[in-house]
Design a protein around this ligand. Structure first.
Ligand code: FAD
Length: 536
């Protein structure tokens, strides 16, 4: 009989662990209290990066690990992760001189000696002006450009890990809250779980429980005293605006003028710029996170410092969001100095409680490595030795040698009767990789499903159907934001909401009152969580 592992949390780390453990032959069940990837993982800056700034804190091990993982993800998931050119403009007032940055990027290149991306390049003022004609040139001394990676839609990276886990035999449940860790004497025996859709409650037995609840790790453990806490979360917010220069494909990385913090302007989803982030110690309610006025104004001011002629203001913001980094608790460190390493907490050692481990910290970038370490640890505790295979097998849809040529070659092959634009087609490949064929099959059966969900997004109706039928989606929100990017248009999915909800409702068998309720929940979510800048 396979040993049973229960995983709490379907963010990137829980999903990565579920995949790894199932591939090694464990009997795995994963629960998330919300939808998969509805916690921190979707709110990140979406960079798969070595973390140049960690060199300042001499975290060479973390940088090397991240750069190695970046390369692995490019190989096993080329549809989810792509290279991104970043430019660092250097001004007279910049905290790091050109020479210092050059030394840092040389170290970055050395630490990524096995990479497929190009080395850094030194830029003069003219080079920068050509790349970014609207950039502030006053006191600009020059700059550098280097390569890292972006995962524009981490929701699909999480989903692909879960799909892979399920194909290897895992069971996964969204909208299932773990309400209690069941114990007998000094060992954990399982979990008490509540299905939030039906209010049914269950007990699941386990040989090992993994707490991968991100910023909720302490809440899951129901710690009695604040001194016992593991997580010292910091809040980070982003704003999304329309690209003011449609040709801008390079990202910008600077130290913010007002406080020296890392500040990114990232091209995102073809038409947008993702601007972030803040880093503020967080002790509040994780369920009602919003960017506050100060954060929004800080991000706008730093952007306008770099691009004064663009004059971004609150009404330029299309949407905004916040997340909490599940960092290890420290009393002293400034938020940006807290390590981004991950730690495995063995509760047998810490609390004399066997059969329970927690993950603290980590990055989106290093989720696979963190998962491998966690499952190595668990396997050893459960007396089973089997090697990790997650670097070898591509994620679902990731079996592509060269995604660029694949995209072009496949586009020519789409059956003539299907009216899918090049933009939508490329979007399908970016979201589903080689598994885009499954969407095409739906279009072949019902050609109207080739239509876009609304004029503001490249997503097509077949994706909604596919998500409702095959991707564990339960709500309109799940489909619009976490299976497809249909909710990420300028209209935030509202312009065609009735027709969209009806199409999804037919598949999920919603009656009229359920349909109305789903639309209301959707509108509320958009108003409160994404478009809340209107109220600041
Ligand atoms: C602003 C910001 C920017 C970032 N930028 C980057 C970046 O560019 N690159 C990078 O590599 N990393 C970045 N990170 C870090 C990265 O996003 C996180 O480290 C990572 O997403 C954490 O994933 P997780 O799976 O541990 O947590 P989460 O994604 O939060 O997943 C935990 C899950 O547990 C579930 N859960 C909680 N309680 C329960 C319960 N009782 N029962 C069942 N389920 C439960 C939650 O619903 C949630 O889905 C950033 C983070 C932030 C906040």
């Amino acid at each position: 009989m396979s040993k049973k592992i229960l995983i709490i949390g379907g963010g990137i780390n829980g999903a990565g662990m579920a995949r790894d453990a199932t591939m090694r032959g464990f009997d795995v069940t994963l629960f998330d209290k919300g939808d998969f990837c509805s916690g921190t993982s979707w709110t990140s800056s979406k960079l798969i990066h070595g973390g140049l700034r960690y060199l300042e804190h001499f975290e060479f091990g973390l940088v090397r690990e991240s750069l190695r993982e970046r390369e692995i993800l490019l190989r096993i998931s080329p549809h989810n992760v792509h290279s991104l050119d970043l430019t660092i403009p250097v001004y007279k007032h910049s905290p790091h001189a050109l020479m210092t940055l050059r030394a840092g990027l040389t170290a970055y290149d050395v630490l990524s000696y096995d990479k497929s991306l190009p080395n850094h390049v030194v830029l003069n003022v003219n080079d920068i002006a050509q790349k970014f004609p609207a950039m502030n040139r006053e006191n600009l001394l020059g700059g550098l450009s280097y390569s890292d990676c972006q995962c524009p839609f981490p929701e699909r990276l999480v989903l692909n890990n879960l799909q892979s886990a399920v194909r290897h035999g895992a069971k996964i449940f969204n909208y299932h809250r773990v309400t209690e860790i069941c114990k007998e004497h000094d060992r954990v025996t399982g979990l008490h779980v509540k299905n939030l859709l039906t209010n049914e409650e269950f007990i699941f037995n386990a040989d090992m429980v993994i707490n991968a609840a991100g910023p909720w790790v302490d809440e899951v453990l129901q710690l009695k005293s604040p001194d016992e806490r593991l997580i010292g979360g910091t809040k980070g917010s982003h704003i999304v605006v329309k690209k003011f220069d449609s040709s801008m494909s390079s990202a910008i990385y600077v130290n913010a003028k007002s406080d020296g913090r890392p500040f990114f302007i990232l091209p995102w989803q073809d038409e947008y710029l993702l601007i972030g982030t803040t880093d503020i110690r967080f002790e509040g309610d994780l369920e009602t996170l919003r960017p506050d006025v100060k954060e929004i104004d800080y991000l706008l001011a730093e952007f306008n410092e770099l691009f004064p002629s663009v004059k971004l203001n609150r009404s330029s913001i299309l949407f905004s969001f916040s997340g909490v980094r599940p960092l290890p608790y420290t009393r002293e460190d400034a938020p940006s100095a807290i390590t981004r390493k991950h730690f495995i907490i063995d509760h047998a050692e810490r609390d004399d409680l066997r059969g329970l481990v927690s993950l603290v910290g980590g990055k989106l970038t290093t989720y696979r490595q963190a998962s491998e370490e966690m499952i190595d640890f668990v396997a050893e505790r459960l007396g089973k030795s089997s090697p990790c295979r997650t670097t070898e097998e591509p994620l679902p849809g990731g079996d592509l040698e060269d995604i660029e040529s694949y995209r072009r070659a496949e586009f020519i092959r789409i059956p003539a009767q299907l009216k899918i634009s090049e933009r939508s087609f490329f979007h399908l490949i970016n979201l589903y990789g080689s598994e885009y064929q499954k969407i095409i099959e739906l279009c072949m059966a019902t050609p109207e499903l080739c239509d876009t969900v609304c004029p503001h997004v490249p997503d097509i109706k077949a994706q909604l159907v596919y998500a409702a039928q095959n991707e564990w989606a339960v709500t309109l929100n799940d489909i619009m934001f976490r299976r497809t990017s249909a909710g990420l248009g300028e209209c935030v999915g509202l312009c065609n909401l009735d027709a969209t909800a009806e199409l999804i409702g037919r598949i999920l068998k919603w009656n009229d009152s359920k349909l109305t309720n789903e639309k209301n929940v959707y509108r509320n979510y958009v108003e409160k969580n994404l478009a809340n800048h209107r109220h600041v």
